[in-house]
Design a protein around this ligand. Structure first.
Ligand code: PAF
Length: 278
């Protein structure tokens, strides 16, 4: 595997590559990321992964400074994951001048996580578009764990006519259901035990919907109360249409149940798709 840190070197290395699959990351890689690399490999002869902790997507009170930077271990993992190129730019490479040109997103970017993290998706969209322009992949892989992010990236590709196929990868989970996330490493032992409750709560909602319940508001309220009573601070639990992320209606067949909540100082997110077949 080659580790490349500048745009010129990356472009020179990629010249002549016809089938590039790209996986952007912020590092601190876990099995979930490696599953994305594996999926990328199925779609291309050249797999590029980027590692860049993107200041633009963190709010002023968020954990940008504390975000774990584990470049050496990450590169070893990418190498064992058979990635061809690790692109590891530093801030001066991606933001040589303060970034003023930003991607303006539709209102959905201000809902769900966007409501609680103002500007977050604008920062994600801007760095992802820059990375797409630098790598120029035919395929890019994103995890479904960040469901709203995946949705917004699909919208960017569609509305800005980018010739890139976006692939959504299923969420990788620990044995108790907790979605793998770089932030799980911050949880105390007691919090780690409790953390699975978010997943269990979403499973409960999914099962209720599959059994015919359509009072989405009531389900959301009950879920929030349950989490609350176990010491969580809930940002939201929501049932949305899976293809548009609009609020779900009783007749909808493709749904997604999403949740974001704080356990101590750690904000966890998760989601489950629900497809009604009858
Ligand atoms: O999902 C992430 O890790 C980040 O939001 C991404 C897509 C790498 C952009 O910084």
């Amino acid at each position: 595997m080659e580790v490349v840190s500048t745009i010129d070197a990356l472009r020179a290395r990629l010249e002549g590559e016809r089938k590039i699959a790209f996986v952007p990351t912020m590092g601190n890689l876990h099995e979930g990321h490696l599953a994305l690399m594996k999926l990328a490999r199925q779609h291309a002869s050249c797999v590029v992964a980027s590692i860049f902790v993107n200041r633009l997507q963190f709010g002023p009170t968020e954990d940008f400074a504390q975000y774990p930077r584990t470049l050496e271990e990450d590169c070893a993992k990418l190498k064992s994951g058979k990635v061809d190129i690790a692109f590891t730019p530093d801030e001066n490479v991606l933001y040589p001048v303060p970034q003023r040109v930003m991607v303006d997103l539709p209102p959905v970017a201000n809902e769900l996580c966007g409501k609680f993290r103002p500007g977050h998706f604008r920062g994600v969209a801007t760095v992802v578009l820059k990375l797409f322009n630098i790598v120029q992949p035919q395929t890019a892989v994103f995890g479904k764990k960040d469901y709203q992010q995946l949705f917004i990236i699909r919208e960017i590709v569609r509305e800005l006519n980018l010739p890139i196929e976006i692939i959504g990868a299923e969420t990788e989970r620990d044995a108790d259901g907790l979605a793998l996330s770089s932030r799980n490493g911050y949880l105390s032992a007691a919090e780690r035990l409790e953390a699975t409750r978010l997943y269990q709560t979403l499973v409960y909602i999914k099962e209720r919907i599959e059994s015919g319940e359509r009072d989405f508001g009531g389900l959301q309220e009950r879920a929030e109360k349950t989490l609350d009573s176990h010491g969580w601070r809930v940002d939201y639990v929501a049932v949305r249409k899976s293809f548009t992320l609009e609020p779900a209606q009783p007749a909808d067949k493709g749904l997604v149940v999403l949740g974001a909540a704080w356990l101590g100082k750690i904000r966890l997110i998760d989601n489950l798709e629900v497809f009604i077949t009858e």
